[in-house]
Design a protein around this ligand. Structure first.
Ligand SMILES: Cc1cc2nc3c(=O)[nH]c(=O)nc-3n(C[C@H](O)[C@H](O)[C@H](O)COP(=O)(O)OP(=O)(O)OC[C@H]3O[C@@H](n4cnc5c(N)ncnc54)[C@H](O)[C@@H]3O)c2cc1C
Length: 398
């Protein structure tokens, strides 16, 4: 296994850097670096810039308008875009639904939806979780009953990320109550403008409403919106989750957050010296950096194995746990570093052009919000407890 880049890979990295220097708007990178709130238009602007370059479908094959990049190129791209503070790409259409349609969708669905994902014509959201069906996803209760050429959908989804911006939702729905719960689930595409769909925001602990409840009351969905076969949705749902968990380690995000922490610890004072010289605090920072370096190596090992054609197994679970614990620890240290300025959270000051003065230094402003927001990391994408169960079975054979 070789963990160093080849000359071709270095040339690719330079190409990505040159592109980011030229095309990533400073307005956007300043917002990301400063922990400011991104608007729907911000996400759409960056989506359009990448699409114009042909670099949007990073894990899509060329035949569907993707880059056709291998695992190492995707890793380099991810590393460089995070380093440059590019906005994240909203994953629901590109990373989740796209691969499912390519593998299980009809030719008509592929021809209709895939170009619309790349062009940003549709904003997709993920309708998997329900109250009572999160980790235990097979318990979904939202029903879809076939009536002629339509399904009539009733039920509720929850935690729907950025559903307030979406015009389309892909849902796991119950089409049969016979047999095992997994055998009665179907995968349905629903236009959110259909009568009977209601989106209600959920305000989270950080004061933001990035997630929603989505309610369905007698929603009439054309039968042609079924992906694959009726009652086979569990297979497609699991396939989608393997794509949801790509880049699960979040090395780029952690590296960027650690650099920010070091900068703040160099500016904040403790006992008349920069905080970074406080042995107690420096030891905590060193520990998290060591953990990050070790995880980055494990991540590269997984990528090298993937490049050699080996699908990642329980390593994804290890990376999910380590990646999220490290990011949450960096968030906690950043919040500690800004001391009392972590307390006065002025939400409006996170907006572009706000004329509200933050209390304390600008870098303190997003510290608490990020700390609270990133509690989610160890819950979604398969909670860390569930990942530990996977490791205990697959690696430790318990
Ligand atoms: C910010 C955020 C955004 C989200 N976005 C979306 C989205 O866009 N679309 C979507 O469909 N879903 C989304 N989710 C939902 C997410 O996938 C679920 O929250 C997650 O699967 C956990 O399910 P749950 O919340 O129902 O908790 P539960 O499954 O009820 O778990 C409760 C607790 O029990 C533990 N637990 C459960 N089962 C086991 C087990 N077998 N072994 C050990 N411990 C266990 C869990 O770890 C957790 O601590 C989002 C969640 C969050 C927090």
């Amino acid at each position: 296994m070789d963990l160093t880049y080849t000359d071709d890979q270095k040339a690719f990295r330079d190409e990505v850097r040159a592109f980011l220097d030229e095309k990533l708007p400073k307005r956007l990178s300043d917002k990301v670096a400063g922990g400011k709130r991104l608007t729907k238009e911000d996400y759409e602007d960056w989506h359009a810039i990448l699409n114009a370059q042909g670099w949007l479908g990073v894990n899509w094959p060329k035949e569907h308008g993707g880059t056709g990049w291998d695992a190492v190129q995707r890793h380099i791209f991810e590393e460089e875009t995070t380093r440059a503070h590019a906005p994240r790409i909203v994953p629901f259409g590109l990373n989740m639904l796209g691969p499912v349609l390519m593998k299980f969708g009809s030719k008509e669905q592929q021809a209709h939806y895939l170009p619309r994902i790349l062009n940003g014509d549709d904003w997709w959201c993920q309708g998997y979780s329900e109250p009572g069906a999160g980790s235990d996803l097979a318990s979904v209760k939202t029903t879809a009953v076939r009536e002629g050429e339509h399904y009539i959908v009733n039920g509720q989804k929850t935690w729907t990320t950025l559903g307030q911006y979406a015009n389309m939702i892909f849902c796991l729905v119950r089409t049969s109550k016979d047999g095992k719960p997994q055998e009665g689930i179907s995968f349905l595409l629903i236009d959110m403008d259909t009568p009977g769909v209601t989106v209600r925001p959920i305000v989270l602990i950080d004061g933001e409403a990035e997630v929603n409840e989505v309610w369905f009351e007698d929603v009439k969905v054309p039968a042609e919106n079924l992906v694959g076969e009726e009652n086979k949705g569990w297979t497609y749902a699991k396939y989608l989750l393997t794509h949801e968990r790509t880049n699960i380690a979040g090395v780029g995000f952690a590296t960027s957050a650690l650099a920010n922490l070091k900068r703040i610890a160099g500016l904040e004072q403790s006992g008349g010296k920069p905080l970074i010289q406080n042995p107690f605090f420096a030891a905590k920072m060193a520990q998290v950096e060591i953990d990050l370096m070790a995880m980055a190596t494990t991540n590269l090992r997984t990528i090298a194995a993937a490049a050699a054609g080996n699908a990642p197994g329980a390593e994804s679970s290890m990376l999910k746990i380590k990646g999220t614990v490290i990011r949450q620890e960096i968030n906690a240290l950043t919040r500690q570093a800004v001391g009392p300025y972590a307390m006065p959270f002025v939400s409006e000051a996170l907006d572009e052009g706000a004329n509200v003065e933050p209390v304390g230094p600008g870098y303190a402003l997003p510290a608490t919000q990020s700390y609270f927001n990133n509690r989610k990391l160890s819950i979604y994408g398969g909670s860390n407890e569930v990942q530990r169960q996977i490791i205990s079975k697959a690696i430790l054979e318990l």
